[in-house]
Each structure stands twice: as C-alpha cells, then as structure tokens.
Design a protein around this ligand. Structure first.
Ligand SMILES: Nc1ncnc2c1ncn2[C@@H]1O[C@H](COP(=O)(O)OP(=O)(O)OP(=O)(O)O)[C@@H](O)[C@H]1O
Length: 253
C-alpha cells in the first residue's frame, strides 16, 4: 500500500511540485495520473521511489516511511519498484536478453558482472519476462533493431525481471504511435491483472488513461483535484483538471 499523508514537495528554487497530497493506493491498483504539463505528475511518481525527497508530510510504502530509508535499505526498497520512462532507457547496442538481464546486475557479484556471466536461472527468468510481453522471439536481436513499441516492451520485461511490487511509468507511451501505444497499455493491464503489480502511469493521452486505468488521479498545480474511478470522469471533471484547456484528443473523443 502506498500512502501519502499531507505530502508537499517544494523544489529548492521555491517551485511547489506537490501541495498537501493525501492518497492511499492499494496493492494491485492500476492508476492513471493526468494533468497539464507542469501540474506535478512526475513529481508525484518520483517521490514514491525517492528519486525526489518530499518536503513535508508522510509518505509510506508498505508501512515503510520512504524519507527514512538510507543506503542498503533504500537500494532494497527500490528493487521492489520498477520504473519505466518515455525514452525506454535501453542499451541499444546489445541484445534484448542482455538488456533484460541488466535487472539482475545489482544482485550479482562483481566478477560475474565484469565477465557478463549470468546464471541459467536468471536467463530463464529473463526469457519468461520477454514472453509475458510477447517478444520472446526477439531475445537475441540487438535492441536498436526493434521498433519503439518493442523497445518499450523490452523495458517492461527488464522491470518484470526485477520482480517488482509496484511499477511507476512516466509517460511510457508518449513516443509511440496510437496503435502501438494501445498495445503497450494492454501489456501494462495484463501485467497488472495477472501479477497483481500496482501500476501508476503518468499519461498525457486522456482517452488511453480512461480506457486502461481503473482509477484516475487528476493533478492541478500540485493539488489532487480528482481521485476516483475512470468511469466517473466526466467533461466537467476534465475541465477541472485541465483548467478549461482540454487536450484535443478529449474534444475529439
Ligand atoms: N528539479 C526541479 N527543480 C525545480 N523545479 C522543478 C523540478 N522538477 C520539476 N519542477 C517543477 O515542478 C512543477 C511540477 O513538475 P512535474 O515535472 O512534476 O510536472 P508534470 O505534470 O510531470 O509535467 P510534464 O507533463 O510536463 O512532465 C513544474 O512547475 C516544474 O517546472
């Protein structure tokens, strides 16, 4: 369970990223986070794995207070939280399976990392992860020979190989065409349903958020202005989140 209690985040330059946020996210939820550019979506995600520190309030993940974690404890905590980025963050000049195996590097002795020797069990685990996202046949192809959608799936497989309880995805489909974006969103949904992994996605495409997430959190100027089922998101709710500046795709829907 992820719990924000009166959480605020003020950046050193005085910009308010989060303003008195209260939220409870249960294990296994699929949450879409929407809001205008600069509203605080990335800040919200990045406080959960402590890429950003909060300024006040309390943030706990499974009862652990995030701001108190240090050193080894923090590294162990982060192993349970996968992070997916818009730009895939792959090592493009090596094979897909090697990219997925990178998930194991933090647990490996230095000599194995140096020689690039992975255990059979880790390789099987990596192949399983690739199978889960439907690209097992690409395991021995160089990552730079894949399409954007396939590369994002490799990133997802790498995260799965880490065996996370939570996946934070920051604009994971922003660089993809509409059809591929839907395929990747379906992968997230499948993983969420089959593996009970909590998924939090920041997303600019409102219609994708509504179609795939069960719960929507709307942020405006660092404040949560909507928190409820996707099915209850009306035009009025979108007006409130987007301050009257509804993105084109919503108007067209
Ligand atoms: N490292 C930083 N230092 C100072 N201000 C920051 C920093 N990161 C973000 N901000 C500011 O905090 C606010 C929230 O930013 P954030 O990146 O969380 O928004 P966002 O909703 O994810 O936007 P986008 O959709 O454009 O990615 C913005 O005003 C932004 O300029």
């Amino acid at each position: 369970m992820i719990e924000f209690s009166n959480v605020s985040k003020v950046y050193p330059n005085g910009v308010v990223g989060l303003d008195d946020v209260n939220l409870t996210i249960e294990q296994g939820e699929f949450v879409g986070i929407i809001g205008l550019s600069g509203a605080g979506k990335s800040t919200l995600l990045r406080t959960i794995n402590r890429m950003h520190d909060i300024t006040s309030g309390t943030l706990t993940v499974d009862g652990q207070e995030v701001k108190n974690l240090k050193g080894k404890q923090l590294r162990k905590f982060r192993r349970n939280i996968g992070m997916i980025f818009q730009s895939f963050n792959l090592v493009t000049r090596t094979t897909v399976i090697r990219n997925v195996l990178m998930a194991k590097v933090p647990e490996m002795p230095f000599w194995r990392v140096l020689l690039g020797i992975f255990k059979k069990e880790d390789k099987l685990n990596a192949l399983e992860a690739l199978d889960k996202v439907g690209i097992l046949d690409k395991a021995y192809i160089r990552a730079d020979q894949l399409s954007g959608g396939q590369q994002q799936r490799v990133a997802l497989a790498r995260t799965l190989a880490q065996n996370p309880k939570i996946i934070l995805a920051d604009e994971p489909v922003a660089a993809l065409d509409p059809v591929t974006a839907k395929q990747v969103m379906s992968d997230f949904k499948k993983i969420n349903q089959e593996m009970n992994i909590t998924i939090l996605i920041n997303i600019h495409h409102v219609e994708l958020a509504l179609a795939y997430a069960d719960r929507i959190i709307g942020i405006r100027a660092g404040k949560i202005v909507y928190d409820g089922p996707s099915a209850d998101v009306t035009e009025d709710v979108l007006n409130m989140i987007y301050a009257g500046k509804i993105p084109d795709e919503v108007e067209e829907a």
